[in-house]
Design a protein. Structure first.
Length: 148
């Protein structure tokens, strides 16, 4: 019987060691999963809180043919700041990334502030209709049809 008790004690200790290892592993996995869910939910919340509108008059777009530049006025209608370095413009499906932008009155592009974005190296023909899409952070976009 004493040898039987010794083998039971060894199996019991082995079971405790294995279960402790499994608990530690599952705990680490659970923490990583919770952190991932937290990060994803924060990203989704920021995306949902990010919004803007193109507030240009579509009939009178400020296009400078001499400088080949189009000036856009974008109103932050969301509840979070938007980085003005994320602004991208697409006209009739062609992307324009050479954009100079600043916030009217200075500072960050906070909610209810207007961002002035000048799209450079763009050629527009007078009297033609165009489709404009502006994209900012989190792939939030706004569209407008206009003519020059």
């Amino acid at each position: 019987m004493p040898s039987n008790a010794a083998s039971h004690t060894i199996f019991f200790i082995a079971a405790i060691v294995i279960s402790t290892t499994l608990v530690g592993t599952f705990f680490a996995i659970t923490i990583r999963f919770a952190d991932s869910v937290d990060r994803d939910s924060q990203r989704l919340m920021d995306q949902m809180d990010t919004d803007f509108k193109i507030i240009n008059d579509p009939a009178h777009m400020p296009y400078n043919a001499t400088n080949s530049s189009l000036t856009l006025y974008l109103l932050n209608t969301g509840t979070v700041d938007i980085s003005n370095s994320t602004v991208k413009a697409f006209v009739n499906g062609t992307s324009f990334f050479n954009i100079t932008s600043w916030v009217e009155g200075g500072g960050d592009w906070d909610p209810d502030k207007v961002l002035v974005a000048v799209v450079h190296n763009i050629t527009l023909n007078p009297g033609e209709d165009y489709f404009l899409r502006v994209v900012v952070a989190y792939a939030v976009s706004d569209d407008m049809e206009f003519s020059t």
